[in-house]
Design a protein around this ligand. Structure first.
Ligand code: PMP
Length: 284
């Protein structure tokens, strides 16, 4: 496997960073997870836009331009002969002192890993996922905006632990107001009386690239799509529920906190949108 690090493609054993890197010491950096389908990088521009915006929000200057980074991503896919897989793009603040002052850091690290991805087990795409509500809330937007896909994912990891402890592979996270935000690594949608609903950005969520693609597909399919505040009651009483993410794609959620959602099976609108998403990504 070849890793792209700071402008060079090197064998993975040689792709190393300093133990003084603020990415390691403080989770100081940003990242992206991007899919490759049939050798083509899916929605690369959208991912890069989010990456550069997040970097700007945390005062991290990415040392290469967006077009240069796009080329580097393509080169990494090609060097690894990747047909279907997953790209992890990581930008760290670089090595500094054992203190928070970013003025003492130098050399932000630009790392591109092209690998495979394991989605949820295939049977769960047929049956749907069980969810619980995590007691860990999503980051308060005034502490660290969830719109920044930062290297500090601890609050999501803590919520994920709550999920896996309860035998659920995803967990629902609320925001500081007690409204539905998103799951630990996926955005959430419900269907109620034929209307597709998802929390708005100001619920304190990562604005998912898959979320945006699914909203567009749903509108093209003639569905009424609304970005509205959702409560847990809305999910308990929904006709259908599904999650979206680059790794997960589109997957039904069939229960929350032991309450069955709809008839407890992936619903017709979920299945239709899943099919449309597969057609978009794989031309099926
Ligand atoms: N929310 C969170 C917290 C995420 O980490 C992710 C990405 N794994 C998503 C939503 C989905 O975003 P995308 O569709 O851009 O992968």
């Amino acid at each position: 496997m070849k890793i792209h690090i700071n402008g060079k493609l090197v064998p993975k054993e040689q792709a190393v960073i300093s133990v003084f890197d603020h990415g390691l010491l403080y989770g100081d950096g940003v990242f992206e997870g991007i899919r490759v389908y049939g050798g083509k990088v899916f929605l690369l521009e959208e991912h890069l836009k989010r990456l550069y915006e997040g970097a700007r929000a945390i005062r991290l200057e990415i040392p290469v331009s967006q077009p240069e980074l796009a080329t580097a991503v393509e080169e990494t896919v090609e060097a690894n002969s990747l047909q279907d897989g997953y790209i992890r793009l990581v930008i760290t603040r670089g090595a500094g002192s054992l203190g928070l002052d970013i003025r003492r850091t130098s050399d932000p690290q630009v790392i591109i890993i092209a690998d495979t991805i394991s989605l949820y087990p295939p049977e769960l795409y047929e049956q749907g996922l069980k969810l619980i509500t995590a007691s860990t809330i999503r980051n308060h937007p005034q502490a660290l905006s969830p719109q920044v896909k930062s290297l500090n994912y601890l609050n999501n990891i803590l919520a994920k632990i709550e999920g896996t402890d309860a035998d659920c592979l995803e967990a629902l996270m609320m925001n500081h107001k007690g409204e539905v935000a998103e799951c630990t690594g996926d955005n959430i949608f419900i269907v109620k009386n034929g209307v597709l609903k998802t929390p708005p950005t100001d619920a304190g969520i990562l604005e998912g690239i898959t979320r945006a693609a699914v909203i567009q597909l749903a509108k093209q399919a003639g569905l009424d799509v609304r970005e509205v505040t959702l409560t847990r009651h809305d999910i308990y009483s929904a006709d259908e529920c599904f999650l979206t993410g680059s790794a997960a794609e589109v997957i039904a959620a069939v229960s929350l906190d032991g309450r069955q959602i709809g008839d407890g099976k992936p619903g017709p609108i979920t299945k239709d949108l899943k099919k449309r998403f597969e057609a978009l990504t794989r031309g099926e």
